[in-house]
Design a protein around this ligand. Sequence first.
Ligand code: BGC
Length: 917
Amino acid sequence: MKPTFLRCEYLVNPLGIDVLKPRFSWLVVATERGQKQTAYRVLVASSEQLLREEMGDLWDTGKVASDQTIHMEYQGKDLPSKMLCYWKVQVWDKDNEPSEWSPVAFWSIGLLNPSDWNAKWIGAPRKSLGNLRKVRPKKKKYDPSPLLRKSFKVQGKVKRAILYASALGEYILTINGSRVGDRWLSPEWTDYKKRVQYQTYDVTDLLRPDENVIGAVLADGWFAGNLGPLGFVHDYWGVDRRLIVRLDVELANGEIKEIVSDSSWKIVEDGPIQKADHHMGEDYDARKEIPGWDAPYFDDSEWNPVEVDNKIKTNLVAQMNEPIRKVKELKPIGLMMPKAGVWIFDLGQNIAGWCKIRLNGSLCEPNGVVTVRHGEMLYEDGTLYTANLRFAKATDTFIIASTEEREYHPYFTYHGFRFVEVTGFKQGAKPDLNMLTGCVVSSDCRLTGAFESSNTRLNKLYSNIVWTQIDNLISVPTDCPQRSERMGWMGDVQVYARTSMFNMDMGAFYAKWIQDMRDAQLKDGRYPDIIPYPKWGVNSVLKFYGAPAWTDCGVTLPWDMYLYYMDRTLLQKHYKSAKRLVDYIRAKNPSLIWKKKRGRDYNDWLNGDWIKHMPDYPKSGAEVPREVFATAFFAHSTELLSKMAKVLEKNDDFAFYNSLANKIKETYIREFVNEEGKIKGDTQAGYALSLNFGLIPESLRAKAAKNLVSALEKYDWRLSTGFCTTLRMMRELARWGNADVANNLLFSERFPSWFYMIENGATTMWERWDGYVKGRRKPFQNWLMNSFNHYAYGSIGEYLYGVVLGINLDENEPGFKHTIIKPIPTKQLQWVKGKYESICGVIEVNWEYLGNKLKLTVAIPANASATIHLPTSKTSDVSEGGSLLDRAKGLKVVGIQDNRVVVDAQSGRYDFEVLNL
Ligand code: BGC
């Protein structure tokens, strides 16, 4: 058995974290069945050398009898700011055999105290007079991105150089002309009044002997740029873009040299980036470039000194999740000219990011403007469809200075697009396909899921789901990357969270966003519907907080984090906050029906009643009554809160909220459920929610499950559910023996359905089932709300993992320490294979029909276990590795449940064959 994949606070070798007792995780891998860890030893040292000698000068746990491999908390010596720590782990297997030591991993502590920075906030002369609201210009004014520079000398060999940086706005740094790190849009998005993140970089390799230069470029970013969700707000957090930097250079002789942002830095306000805004795009004028400005020996005597801003009081915190990076490059698959001089590149995939474009004198004139516009779709005449961007212009422009060929791209913006329109070439110029590259940017969370089947459309659906997720992880989970919105909508995450966690390692990303939630929480306990929440709504008609199923994400997501990653520490941190929400709803609704204070109340957003102009689709009957919907979420959140209390051993709270949850449930049943198992409104959504949240008396559940099927029949076997209930309906159909009904919906090409989107050209998930309908009088839905890159309906991903593949979590043993494997094979597929890299290791399931047999392979990671439900009711119909089930090593037959043979499995790989299907 071997320990591998060492992580600290979810991250591999993080630099500059500000957790004093970070948590370690590792994986143990082994091929032998039933293998497990019985003990571990962790060593933490201040140098690699010490670690090699097996000396843990910071911490040596000694051999600890335990099977714990995740979130093991550091309990060694106190760690000061900037401390670099190395660690490794050794484990003992079930026979008490020690493993080899793992490879060495490391982490470093950031700047824990404001005084550690010893640096100033710097920038251009101040535009605001302190009171931001007063000076915010009516119309957004775009200022060029300033260039800042600082030269300094290094005498002697550099052992290590660590740079810390942040900005109000956004920054890019260079050292001696080379880019520092590979992050984009740093310091990323938080409520800057509460927290501004800083980033830490190892820049040892960028330094040179003698003169060195740090260069910086600043832009508005979320801080001062345009923000959605409806019209724009701009300069919300401030108008003055500021930079703070600290560089520690440790020389081989032990000397430490510090370079910090202060009044000695120089600035030029008019750089080549003339305008940069996330929604509007970027204007780049190469004629304004200053060659060599960030290289050593450049003469900056003409540059101005920067202004030092002593008024800024921010809470600088370490960024502790994956940075936004360029994660992929795509080459166009098509180039069209729908109108003279208008070129359209097709990337073949809807992405979030921007384009690199190669320009030269044969394509465009110096001084001429090349304009690059971005859109998700084309009109039927082949021109670019941008109506759905609302107020976002998503337009980049480039002016070249010389005729030499060079690549251009924007720096401080991003767009959501598949098609790219380029205009401004010389007359007769012929661009070629390869002059443009699509660059995908995303918060770089690791892919942890895989799914493939014999059905190409289903594979496309899976791919569309994952792409939508990639496109919408931009520091926060956005609703969409294209239109003038791009906000962290809570309701969307509430339904999509579990799919997202199957697809990618979301631990660090959500931990950060859950902190953002607490930062945004209203005094009365409600969470805004959008996180971060610029509070422009407070004094206006725009009030975005407290909506059922949106605000509830403040309870559901932390709970999902606990279930998927066993993050108890996160629950501990968040518990009080979640409790404030439930207490608020209860206080305002003593009848226990959530009638009052439902905020904007989006209900089951975009359910069937929103569908217009589709022949024979019912005009009404889809929307679940609002009180039913809201109260269901009230009950659900209260129940989850009681579960949190239990996990955290808050016994009084557990008793209180558990009984409150029961009372809400009783009220719900009394008010909304009749003795036929009918839910008020008789909607698909109502049954989906009530069954899924356990809001139906046991004796009526089977009836309600039947009523759900009838509700589908009423819609001629089409779904009418919205964002919040579609997945829940699919899961409940499967749970109640109607997987065939669910699968008919999944595999249907009839409107409204997932395959229908694909038939109409989707490469990401659409916001609406009928965003674009070929041949309809108006093929595009209403421009105000027609995103082609929205993950909510992608929550069906959880069904692919949970029902089709059969990988399900066990609430009693979170973190997939124990997994419930329960595939429901369907004849619509010949085979399926997939996996989930859980925090406890890789779980794999493959199944395939071979004649009247089903081959099923299941792999359970070492140190974990599973309960496997086999699709037959006779034990004698099943073999494993060619022998009878009860002879198979590592398996124990538990019995028959719901017509299925159930076995307990230790870790390892199992090859089942199920006969007589
Ligand atoms: C967003 C949604 C969001 C909704 C709230 C929309 O504009 O794009 O995804 O959840 O508003 O109802």
